[in-house]
Design a protein around this ligand. Structure first.
Ligand code: GCB
Length: 595
């Protein structure tokens, strides 16, 4: 629904990234006092993109619950006269309202998908325009992810049921861009393979009095040579001797779409396309008709100082480490990642399980471990109709944003929700139906929690694959890897017996403090992490239906404070600053098959 900003002969863009003014609304008075109407007072500067939490040495900012305000001003060039001008936020976590000058232009719920506003009639050309954003980080029973605010004698405290810190702010780039009035508003590309022949089925949506204009589509290979061309708002481009997109080899074509008015092009948009197919057949996960075995990690967008703020340098480095260790895939646990990351995965042939922010829909035991109150999960007072509406919208926005990425091979619509009750099945059934309606070309799944084993889970039968997070040897049988091995193998066999589907192990791992060592099996040591990973691998290799292994986690990451967390979650095989633990070398030996 929303094409990314680009610059070409018909379109222009400028980023608003950089230092903005910032104010924390400790007393929650900004909306009433209409802070958007004047320069923010206090004039703290803040970098965009970044989480605000860790920047200032101030716990009242780090743990703030509620609104913070961002403000900048941008010069809108006179030369943009006659164009359609759009203000776009790649993300505002978890919800935002935006003003240009005194005019409210946008509002958005959901912290990890983009939103935009047509500001053509609002901006003043040839002058500075004030842009103000209020960002609210509160998690409620209506938000995805959910949470609740506890009012304590020391002020409000945000409680939530997921295991990563509630970073907030403008985490991704902000853009002002133009399109022509009559423009291409969406492109969808679905690819196919038949022997040496590739197909690209495309569909183009237009807007702004574009009726009657002609759409032309052309496909160019990586050298820029045109290999197919056709006309029409939808159609099929056929490529002989196609070069498919493959895991570890991100070959991309460029789909160029033009809008013609009589003899002239009035708008153009180009999209990268990887020609590949995805299919689940029995216990196999097929990419281009060949069985694919996932290796890699559940990740997090998480770094010192800037939290969840996107940064290209870290992205390039993280992908270099994925390559070094021999990973061919990642899961965007537990929310949609920056689009830059998917682009990079497309180009590098990294396979992606794309996940919504629906994490922590499990208020029982998980809540207890994470320090929030245990409550019934699905009820009128907790996760109910309103939550599901937000969840549905999150799925729609995710599919709309990521549908064209060849790297994305599977939608994960939730992580570890309650899934062993009638209520959970009722909650999830329409979400699966809607995801498949939005994108019939990809399998759909959700990640199952250990509390809902094969004979109890009633949601997995709705999914195309079995995705399991398992912690034998950590949360159960801690320190006893022999018992853990038996428990894991028995359980995986039970899943394989019940479902004729590929089993993807989407999490397994052990907290490990880098530098801690022992000659006997001691949880938290580097040796124990290695032993635990190797135990899992022995079991995976004995079970045919296992079609992939993703370790939890790529790197250590920040969480809410808790007795089970040592300055965050330490299950990374890299530290938070990306130094390898012994486990990283063990994985490299297995995945790169190097001794
Ligand atoms: C899980 C969750 C993940 C946690 C992990 C852990 O099952 O999916 O978000 O961080 O366990 O380390 O407990």
């Amino acid at each position: 629904m929303m094409l990314r900003p680009t610059a070409n002969a018909w379109r222009d863009r400028r980023t608003l990234d950089g230092l903005w003014s910032f104010a924390v609304d400790h007393d929650g008075v900004g909306r009433g006092q209409r802070w958007w109407e004047a320069p923010l007072t206090g004039r703290t500067e803040i970098p965009v993109p970044a989480s605000y939490n860790d920047l200032f040495v101030d716990d009242s900012v780090r743990g703030h619950v509620g609104d913070v305000w961002y403000q900048t001003s941008v010069h809108v060039p006179r030369s943009w006269h006659g164009e359609r001008i759009v203000l776009r936020f790649d993300a505002a976590t978890h919800r935002a309202v935006v003003w240009v000058g005194d005019t409210r232009v946008a509002e958005h719920e959901g912290g990890y998908t983009p939103f935009e506003a047509d500001v053509t009639d609002v901006v003043e050309l040839g002058s500075e325009n004030r842009i103000t954003v209020v960002v609210d980080n509160t998690l409620t029973w209506e938000s995805i992810p959910p949470g609740y605010v506890e009012h304590t004698p020391d002020g409000p405290r945000q409680r939530y049921y997921h295991d990563f810190f509630n970073y907030a702010g403008l985490h991704r780039s902000v853009w002002l861009y133009t399109t022509p009035k009559a423009h291409v508003s969406d492109v969808t590309a679905v690819t196919g393979l038949d022997g040496a022949q590739g197909t690209v089925d495309y569909e183009v949506a237009t807007a702004g009095n574009a009726d009657g204009l002609e759409v032309r589509a052309a496909l160019r290979d990586a050298e820029g040579t045109e290999v197919a061309r056709t006309t029409g708002t939808s159609g099929t481009l056929v490529v002989d001797e196609v070069h498919p997109w493959r895991p570890s080899e991100g070959y991309l074509y460029e789909l160029g779409v033009e809008l013609w008015d009589g003899g002239a092009v009035v708008d153009a948009y180009a999209l990268n396309v990887g020609v590949r197919t995805v299919e689940v057949r029995g216990t196999e996960f097929l990419i281009n008709g060949e069985p694919f075995y996932f290796t890699g990690f559940g990740m997090h967008e998480d770094h010192p100082v800037r939290g969840k703020g996107h940064d290209d340098a870290s992205m390039v480095h993280d992908f270099a480490l994925l390559d070094w260790i021999g990973a061919n895939s990642l899961r965007t646990s537990h929310y949609p990642y920056a689009e830059e990351i998917l682009d990079h995965a497309d180009r590098n042939g990294i396979v992606v399980i794309d996940e919504t922010a629906a994490v922590g829909l499990n208020l029982g035991v998980a809540g207890g471990i994470l320090g929030a109150e245990a409550k019934p999960t699905f009820s009128d007072d907790t996760i109910g109709e309103a939550t599901r509406r937000t969840h549905l919208q999150a799925i729609r926005e995710l599919v709309a944003r990521d549908k064209n990425h060849p790297s994305v091979v599977l939608w994960s619509i939730a992580n570890e929700p309650e899934s062993d009750t009638e209520a959970s099945r009722k909650y999830f059934e329409p979400l699966f139906t809607e995801t498949r309606r939005l994108d019939p070309s990809r399998p759909v799944g959700f990640v199952n929690v250990m509390l809902a084993p094969a004979d109890k889970c009633v949601v997995t039968e709705l999914a195309d694959v079995v995705m399991l997070n398992r912690y034998y040897g950590w949360y159960v049988h801690s320190g006893d890897l022999a018992a853990a091995e038996r428990g894991l193998e028995d359980e995986l066999n039970a899943w394989a017996d019940r479902h004729d589907k590929p089993i993807l192990i989407t999490e397994y791992g052990a907290d490990t403090v880098a530098g801690l060592h022992s000659v006997t099996p001691q949880p938290w040591t580097e040796e124990y992490q290695v032993d635990l990973l190797e135990m899992y691998h022995r079991v995976f290799d004995r079970i045919e239906a296992v079609a992939g292994e993703q370790v939890w986690n790529f790197a250590d990451f920040a969480t809410a404070a808790g007795f089970a967390r040592v300055e965050g979650n330490k299950k990374g095989v890299f530290t938070r600053d990306r130094h390898p633990k012994a486990g990283a070398f063990a994985l490299r030996r297995r995945w790169r098959k190097e001794i």
